[in-house]
Design a protein around this ligand. Structure first.
Ligand code: C2E
Ligand code: MG
Ligand code: MG
Length: 695
């Protein structure tokens, strides 16, 4: 294909869904990340602030203890009790040596966390002014060192993670909030707090003592509200983005389906179009598991379409095409396809087992299509191109990676183009057709050059009187002396020239050469006889044909009675009046006119009645396959008699046997042109024949 079309289609689809989808994902992710990081930053900020406050409080207590520890236990206790602290004093090995308040510290699970950024402006209660400077230095120290925290044994919600962070066990927290019993002591829900979570902070007092104070992680309602708001926002945004993406995907898929429908819809039938056919047929054929199956691509033509449109209307014609499309569709198996190609053409992909089965199916389809309308007799031409199983040199089944359905359909079309009968017919494509097409292309390419370089040569085939064996005339027959292909006989290029119109140039060329030859022979003293020149039916649309012929012959200065014009039987089916007028003019100018190949095609008896002809050339077929029952001879003798009665001379073509010559002599045939006397020959040989007048 249409590989370019397919590629473009694929790109279009990709960009359509892929580009926008990626855009959505990117925007969604950015928004989500923004809110999630806001949530995280805010959460961390709150946590850090709490820890910092508590650390500052515990640090101050430790500092007080440090300063007053020498003043005696009573003094220390009094001061610290006033501060409402719960604490432990341990030695360097973490053995508890003093406890104040209830010891709920889990010393077995200590972990380090980085302490937060403390500044010197930490608030200091009024009664502890004297220790202000010490706290400052203490906090400075804390900046450099991580501190150790211990979980509370009763409400172990805050635990050191061991990775420099305090972790909150949210599952437990949720249970606490929802009323689960974790010890009323540890969890005292106060008015201002939403929740108050205990943990323990370890402050080294000196080289031998640690003070481990109970601290609280207090979460206020407003903080929780902001956090919850952010959490809800993250959830909502994620959800909204998801809904958006989902809705977009659904919309895109739907649009793509609609786009495909429009892209692959045929305007005439409203069903699949040619592009759909190529895309899907190639996809089907390229599948690995289909490589061992045989397929056929059909070019189905509804031949009567134009006539039907003329008689009815184009709309009616198009409706008929829709019905044909439906009928063909009804004949297809699961993986078989059809689509309207153009005008009255349909493309069909069939799977088949063997040729007979395939032909049988197609005939059944034709039979059904012929009866699509009871008022008309429709007929169809079907070209078939078969795609065999795909195998490599070793006979292994291989994918049809390079299949080109457009080419296969073209082959089917080439086969279909060979059909001319006015009835339904099937034509199978084969390699001979490719050869033929190559040959036609070659002829088309080289014809002009060949004419200019005089590669076309005149051969003469003498005509003899069967009784006296005297030379009575000759026919000029063309030969192509090709430098590449040697001598090419007219059967291989005349039909091509007749189709492409080049035949008119050839006939003029031949006539000019023959006229010049005759003139030269006359001047050289030869006893010249009339030479007939073939004029193709393509000329008869030219109303001045007779004048053109006369002009060419006169240019050479040849007497008109030495030139005879041969018209093939098929020419007599064209415009009769134009033909009669040309024949009359030619005869007036003194040219003899003959009917070539009489009896080869449809009956020309009617033409004989109306056309004023001089010579009747009996077709060679009269003398082929005579089965000896005498019927052929009767036809020939009657044809000769008919010509005699119409005052026409007769020439028998293609005579190869002596008994045929004798019979024709007996019947009064005027001349014989056949291999029995002579084959078509080059000019110099013909000159010798003119010298020896008898055969
Ligand atoms: P045609 O005009 O009917 O020419 C007679 C053909 O019969 C010639 O074939 C000739 O060689 C062949 N023929 C004659 N006697 C015998 C015989 O005894 N046995 C057999 N087997 N064949 C015989 P050729 O030369 O191949 O020409 C074929 C056709 O090509 C001609 O049929 C004519 O229709 C066409 N043609 C040839 N030259 C010209 C030309 O210059 N212009 C046009 N328009 N057509 C030409
Ligand atoms: Mg002829
Ligand atoms: Mg002939």
């Amino acid at each position: 294909m249409a590989n370019i079309k397919e590629e473009k289609l694929r790109k279009l689809k990709k960009s359509y869904i892929g580009g926008s989808f990626a855009g959505f994902i990117i925007i969604g992710t950015i928004v989500f990340c923004l809110f999630a990081s806001l949530f995280a930053v805010f959460g961390l900020y709150i946590m850090d602030t709490k820890l910092r406050d508590e650390y500052a409080r515990v640090s101050k207590t430790a500092e007080v203890y440090s300063i007053l520890k020498d003043a005696g236990n009573d003094g220390i206790s009094r001061i610290l009790e006033n501060r409402d602290n719960v604490y432990l004093i341990t030695d360097a090995d973490m053995n508890v040596i003093e406890t104040h308040g209830k010891n709920t510290c889990d010393l077995s699970k200590g972990g380090k966390i980085d302490i937060l950024e403390f500044t010197d402006d930490v608030a200091v209660p009024a009664d502890e002014e004297g220790i202000h400077g010490h706290i400052g230095s203490m906090v400075e120290k804390a900046r450099d060192n991580a501190i150790t925290v211990y979980p509370d044994t009763e409400v172990a919600i805050i635990t050191p993670s061991g990775r420099g962070r305090v972790m909150i066990d949210f599952v437990k927290l949720r249970s606490i909030i929802s009323g689960a019993d974790y010890g009323s002591d540890a969890l005292s829900l106060q008015q201002a707090y939403f929740v108050k979570l205990p943990f323990w902070i370890d402050i080294p007092v000196d080289a031998n003592h640690h003070m481990i104070c109970k601290a609280y992680f207090n979460i206020y309602f407003r903080e929780l509200a902001i956090l919850s708001f952010l959490a809800v926002m993250v959830v909502i945004l994620t959800f909204v983005t998801l809904i958006f993406v989902l809705a977009y995907i659904i919309k895109t898929v739907r649009n793509r389906k609609r786009m495909n429908e429009i892209f692959f819809m045929d305007e005439t039938t409203g069903q699949h179009n040619w592009l759909w056919f190529i895309t899907n047929a190639e996809r089907e054929l390229k599948k690995k598991h289909n490589a061992d199956k045989k397929y056929a691509v059909l070019d189905v033509v509804f031949v009567n379409y134009r006539n039907f449109c003329v008689c009815h209307s184009v709309e009616e014609g198009d409706k008929m095409l829709c019905r044909i499309n439906d009928r063909i569709q009804g004949f297809l198996g699961k993986h078989e396809l059809t689509a309207h190609h153009s005008a009255s053409h349909f493309a069909v992909l069939l799977e088949y087992r063997d040729r007979d089965e395939l032909e049988d199916r197609i005939r059944k389809m034709i039979d059904d299509l012929e009866h699509i309308n009871d008022e008309h007799k429709f007929y169809y031409w079907i070209g078939v191109d078969r795609i065999p199983e795909s195998r490599d040199e070793k006979g292994r089944v291989v994918r049809r990676d390079n299949i080109d359905v457009e080419k296969e359909f073209n082959n089917a079309g080439a086969a279909r183009a060979t059909l001319t009968v006015e009835d339904s017919a099937i034509a199978f494509f084969d390699e001979k057709m490719v050869e033929e097409q190559r040959w036609i292309d070659l002829i088309n390419e080289n014809q002009m050059r060949a004419l200019a370089s005089e590669e076309f040569v005149v051969f003469y085939q003498p005509k003899y009187d069967p009784r006296t064996r005297e030379l009575k005339g000759a026919e000029a027959l063309i030969r192509w002396m090709s430098p590449e292909h040697g001598m090419i006989s007219p059967g291989r290029f005349i039909p091509i020239f007749e189709k492409n119109g080049f035949i008119t140039k050839i006939d003029h060329y031949m006539l000019a050469h023959v006229a010049r030859d005759q003139r030269r022979w006359l001047d050289a003293g030869y006893d010249c006889v009339p030479v007939s020149v073939n004029v193709s039916r393509a000329h008869f649309i030219e109303s001045d044909l007779a004048e053109q012929i006369k002009g060419i012959v006169d240019d050479a200065g040849t007497p008109h009675d030495l030139i005879e014009i041969e018209l093939t039987e098929s020419a007599f089916f064209d415009d009769k009046n134009a033909l009669i007028s040309t024949i009359k003019k030619l005869r007036e100018y003194g040219f003899a006119v003959s009917m070539d190949d009489f009896g080869s095609g449809y009956s020309s008896l009617n033409s004989l009645k109306e056309m004023p002809l001089d010579v009747l050339k009996l077709d060679a077929e009269f003398f082929r396959n005579d089965d000896g029952d005498g019927r052929g001879q009767i036809v020939v003798s009657e044809a000769i008699r008919l010509a005699q009665n119409l005052k026409m001379r007769t020439v028998a073509e293609g005579v190869e046997e002596k008994n045929q010559v004798d019979f024709l002599a007996e019947q009064g045939c005027d001349m014989i042109q056949g291999f029995y006397f002579a084959k078509p020959m080059p000019k110099d040989e013909y000159e010798e024949r003119m010298n020896n007048k008898t055969a």
